[in-house]
Design a protein around this ligand. Structure first.
Ligand code: BGC
Ligand code: BGC
Length: 843
């Protein structure tokens, strides 16, 4: 262990001991079972009596309505009144009137309307609705807001007091829009950077997560002492960061001791500080060594009720995740007695809430869900609403309306950015940049506020944004120009448009492009290598290095990645994570002060180990033969420089055995991208999940929208209006030979909307004039509308139909004519699948 590393651990230990004494088990204590955690918000007899009084007056419909949380796109204020709805949420990229630029006044107006409606019911005691939102790095769905660094950057900053202040500032911004509940903080202890949500995790060190959990809840929720507080959520309970190969919504394979002592830590911090809600996790847990397969968390009574409510003593309420109940065996989006019986108190049922209410009422009436369970759930919800003062204030009472883009929030975020930067390399003192330096800025992310902000930024995925969508933000390019003078800073994204002779130094800003949740997963068989996913970033560093000027790389990423090649092409390298709107926090540290000395030193330290190989072992099961390149806690500074020698480089195509070639799963899987095509023209579908594409605009031949087949918005529903094609293609050719030898087959999930009356051909294309495949209309004819099926077409069948499997450009082409509509997802080539059920007979 390095000495800085030791200091960090020691500091965390001390801080955690000091701040949670008495509330939760001491940090470092090895727990054998789920501990009791004493909440900072204790029981209050008068409040409990009030809750009992209200519950006693409620009808079953009122109780079930109270437990239901629809999405704002799917419910009007008047329906909130009519169905006695207890809560609404806005999902990522959902805004009042579906206007991305909705003003604070418009948010407040909608919040007031929902609340007024909830109080206008015919109930004896009408209950105010509570609105929840994903304010995960600032109030990130709102236009003009200050975006703080994502949690991974805050983990690197390592400053609990800062996190508390960010929690408070975020709460103020949220209250400014009339919202009383945030779905934050995420307490995942991520152990594999393949996970697309790694950036939502503070650290792979559970004690850091615990300390920051407490700090965030303290800042955001306070103890409901003033009108700037919101209800906080500890999520996702439990083991979201523990899944095998970092698969989102996957299966945690850890033992019970690990679940309790590692993945539980954040909850001890949050519960001790009095967090009022816990969100169930999409993942499942299989404790193989203990011989217990707990299954999906949403249906897990032992954990939701036994561990959380009974053993830990949590008296707030548990909310389910987005359609999470449907993943419990035997359940659907609109029906899941198992989840409620397991201990879910409020159900996030974005779309199908009406049917959910009807089904749940019927399940109570039939005795499938005991009334006592319903009463307990409603009691918990009312307890939280009363504690949070929801009966006493209306949304527009907020005194924080000015806080959405407040100057003090920007200052705070800028400080957080400064503190989060981790210096990994600085040869020949290229940093800090002299104030008189002429700087050539290159790289696709230098003036790109989407790359700088990551997922959960105005939109869910953080895609479909332009710089103009962040009017108060500074990109790195903008910040450098402001700091050094625009005439000394020139920009060329690919480094070709400028003459290096005119400059003293190159600043390259590169990084991952935004993603959220599953869409950010890196497959187990794919390298965790930046240049493999973004070859253009390596190319720009090569071009920069060829200029002969020193290269300073600023690297945006949601996780530690294999970057040996990028480091070798840089004299200085700064891991900047996903810093958000305040680019000036970066130049604060990069540029020297007026006296030529550093104005601010680097303070960030890695809160995750940084891999030195493209196929790293998971963090919690390190491979001693392949230690991390930079350990947890590592970080250079101006005061403590260090030398980084030339690093070995390797860029394999895959990590171990290839099992599946993914083509489309919820989103395009590079190098393939879905297009629609007709008469020689093509159009990419893009990644705006809320858009309906009618193409071509003048005379549409096809309409495409995003729907759900298996999980959230995972499928594309295509309606043929004339002859047209749906195509997944790439610009390079792919050799499917090895897959074919392993009994490979093209597979996809299809859900029928409208039956075809003419052939529906599924083909592969392999260059001009090279195409072949099968008609799947006979398979579709066996389905009724709404029914789904996995279709399997053996690769051997394509070969027989004339496809050159050594050079496939488009592995999935659906050609059809009207009338026909169906949704497609999970398009892949799988091995050992040519005999699978749902197989298509080869002509
Ligand atoms: C995510 C949660 C989020 C919820 C509501 C889910 O898909 O897992 O973290 O709070 O959606 O947007
Ligand atoms: C996200 C929501 C988002 C939705 C889109 C969920 O997983 O949490 O915020 O709007 O997916 O399907």
């Amino acid at each position: 262990m390095t000495s800085s590393n030791k200091t960090i651990l020691a500091t965390c230990l001390l801080a955690a001991l000091a701040s949670t004494a008495g509330a939760a088990p001491a940090t470092g204590e090895r727990l054998k079972d789920w501990p009791h955690v004493t909440s900072a918000i204790g029981p209050d007899a008068a409040l409990e009596a009030r809750v009992q009084e209200i519950v006693a007056q409620m009808t079953l419909a009122q109780k079930v309505g109270q437990m239901t949380q629809p999405e704002i796109k799917m419910i009007t204020p008047d329906q909130v009144r009519q169905y006695y709805i207890g809560s609404v949420l806005n999902g990522g990229g959902s805004w009042p009137g579906m206007d991305k630029h909705a003003t604070v006044a418009q948010w407040l107006q909608l919040a007031d309307a929902y609340r007024a409606a909830s109080l206008a019911t015919d109930a004896r005691t009408p209950i105010p609705v509570i609105w929840g939102t994903d304010a995960v790095h600032g109030h990130n769905n709102v236009y003009r807001v200050t975006l703080f660094p994502h949690n991974i950057g805050l983990g690197a900053a390592g400053d609990a007091a800062l996190i508390e202040r960010i929690g408070r500032a975020t709460a103020h911004a949220v209250r400014a829009t009339g919202i009383d509940w945030v779905f934050a903080p995420t307490l995942a202890v991520a152990h594999d950077p393949r996970w697309g949500r790694t950036y939502e995790s503070y650290s792979s060190d559970p004690h850091v997560v615990r300390e920051f959990a407490q700090a965030y809840v303290k800042g955001a929720q306070g103890r409901f002492g003033d009108d700037g507080n919101v209800v906080a959520t500890a999520k996702h309970y439990i083991g979201d960061g523990a899944t095998d190969s970092g698969r989102d919504q996957g299966e945690a394979l850890v033992d019970k001791a690990t679940m309790i002592n590692v993945h539980g830590q954040g909850y001890y911090g949050a519960l001790g500080e009095g967090v009022q809600t816990v969100m169930a996790s999409f993942n499942s847990w299989n404790d193989r060594s203990g011989g217990v397969d707990y299954g999906k968390m949403h249906g897990n009574k032992a954990l939701l009720t036994g561990a959380l409510k009974e053993k830990m003593g949590f008296d707030g309420f548990v909310v389910s995740d987005w359609n999470g109940i449907a993943q419990v065996p035997g359940c659907r989006n609109d029906s899941c007695a198992q989840a409620i019986n397991a201990g879910i108190d409020m159900v996030m049922v974005p779309d199908d809430w009406k049917a959910f209410i009807a089904n749940t009422i019927a399940q109570v009436e039939s005795g499938e869900i005991p009334m006592a369970r319903i009463d307990d759930a409603v009691t918990r919800i009312l307890r939280v609403k009363l504690r949070a003062g929801l009966f006493d204030h209306k949304p527009s009472d907020s005194r924080h309306a000015g806080d959405v883009a407040a100057v003090q929030h920007r200052e705070l975020a800028r400080q957080a950015v400064r503190e989060s930067l981790v210096l990994l390399k600085n040869e020949a003192k290229v940093l800090p940049l002299r104030r008189d330096a002429r700087v050539m800025v290159v790289g696709k992310s230098a003036d790109n506020l989407s790359d700088q902000s990551g997922g959960w930024s105005l939109t869910w995925q953080g895609t479909e944004n332009r710089n103009a969508d962040f009017p108060t933000a500074d990109s790195v390019l903008g910040a450098l120009r402001a700091e050094l003078g625009a005439q000394k800073v020139a920009y060329s994204a690919d480094a070709t448009a400028l003459d290096p002779a005119q400059f003293d130094v190159v600043v390259a800003v590169i990084g991952e492009t935004p993603y959220a949740e599953t869409n950010g997963d890196i497959l187990a068989s794919d390298p965790v290598s930046h240049s493999r996913a973004y070859p253009q970033d390596l190319a720009v560093l090569r071009a920069a290095q060829a200029s002969g000027k020193p290269v300073v790389t600023v690297y945006f990423s949601g996780r530690p990645m294999y970057t040996n090649d990028l480091l070798n092409h840089s004299q200085a390298f700064v891991a900047a994570w996903l810093p958000g709107t305040e680019g000036k926090g970066i130049t604060d540290v990069l540029v020297a002060g007026k006296d030529g000395k550093p104005a601010h030193d680097f303070r960030g330290r890695l809160s995750f180990p940084w891999p030195g190989v493209p196929c790293p072992a998971p963090i919690d099961r390190p491979d001693p033969k392949q230690p991390p390149l930079f350990a947890l806690g590592h970080g250079l500074s101006y005061r403590t420089p260090g030398k980084v020698d030339r690093l070995p480089e390797a860029n394999p195509d895959n990590c171990g055995e290839v099992t599946t070639l993914p083509i489309f799963n919820r989103a395009d899987t590079p190098p393939f991208a879905l297009h629609v095509a007709a008469a020689g023209a093509t159009q990419p579908l893009g990644n705006d999940l809320n858009a309906t594409l009618r193409w071509p605009a003048a005379a549409p031949v096809v309409q495409v929208r995003t729907v759900q087949i298996n999980t959230q918005q995972d499928a594309k529903e295509v309606t043929w209006l004339a002859p047209a094609q749906l195509i997944a293609r790439s610009s390079s050719r792919r050799n499917l030979g090895a897959l074919a030898r392993n009994h490979g087959a093209l597979q996809f999930d299809v859900q029928l909307v409208q039956r075809p009356v003419s052939p529906v051909k599924v083909t592969m294309q392999c260059g001009t004039g090279c195409e072949g495949g099968v008609d799947i209309a006979p398979v579709l004819a066996t389905l009724s509308p709404g029914q789904k099926q996995t279709v399997t077409v053996p690769l051997a069948c394509f070969a027989k139909q004339g496809v050159d499997l050594g050079a496939v450009e488009a592995p999935f082409v659906v050609s059809a004519d009207k009338p026909f509509a169906a949704a497609f997802t999970q398009v892949r080539v799988s091995v050992d699948a040519d005999n699978a059920a749902g197989g298509v007979r080869c002509p």
